[in-house]
Design a protein. Structure first.
Length: 202
């Protein structure tokens, strides 16, 4: 059997030579942060991230198969999760803070910092174009796919619209997206939300 020093999960050849077992083979990403490869009996590997909390508890996150993610992609996914989870573990993040609350707080922030005139209409530009379900959703639970779909659905398409109308709707959708991101970025800066990953990708 190969020695510990010869075990590699960062190459296809290394993962191919692993012996199937229940516990993952671990690769250190940083202090308290590891990326693991669990070798299955069918020869495939499953990526898993492991974070050790300051009180020495293990937190795990499944990342996908190595057929879908190579080592570099799995490492990036692990780092994203480490960043999100570290912030939550450190405290301050509110996992129940909703999008509706973020909009109200942003409106108040603009009124306090730039005046009533600057704030007028900002909240309405978003709330009138968001479903009740989305407004009531925790910011921590928003996904890139969900935000992208909301943004794209505001852009007109089809033969019944002129190019100018389509372009105008796209410009309007982009302005709403900018306000949307500003609301959530304020929540991140204030320590209420742990990560901006979901909307940073849109």
């Amino acid at each position: 059997m190969a020695g510990k020093d010869s075990i590699r999960i960062d190459t296809k050849a290394g993962r191919r030579n692993l012996t199937p077992r229940t516990s993952p083979y671990w690769h250190k990403i940083a202090t308290r942060k590891h990326l693991g490869a669990r070798k299955l009996a069918d020869g495939s590997c499953r990526w898993i991230a492991r974070l050790t909390t300051p009180d020495r508890k293990y937190l795990y996150q499944a990342l996908g198969d190595d057929a879908e993610l190579d080592f570099d992609a799995a490492s990036d996914a692990a780092r994203d999760w480490f960043g999100d989870t570290d912030a939550k573990v450190a405290g301050g993040a509110d996992n129940k803070y909703t999008l509706a609350q973020a909009i109200v707080d942003y409106d108040a922030h603009i009124r306090a910092s730039k005046g009533t005139k600057a704030a007028d209409g900002i909240a309405g530009r978003l709330t009138n174009h968001l479903s009740d379900r989305m407004k009531g959703k925790a910011v921590a639970d928003l996904t890139t796919r969900e935000i992208t779909r909301w943004h794209n659905n505001q852009v007109r398409s089809g033969d019944e619209w002129t190019d100018d109308q389509i372009r105008a709707s796209r410009d309007t959708a982009n302005r709403r997206l900018s306000i949307f991101k500003a609301c959530l970025n304020l929540a991140v800066r204030n320590g209420i939300v742990a990560s901006d990953t979901a909307w940073r990708r849109v």
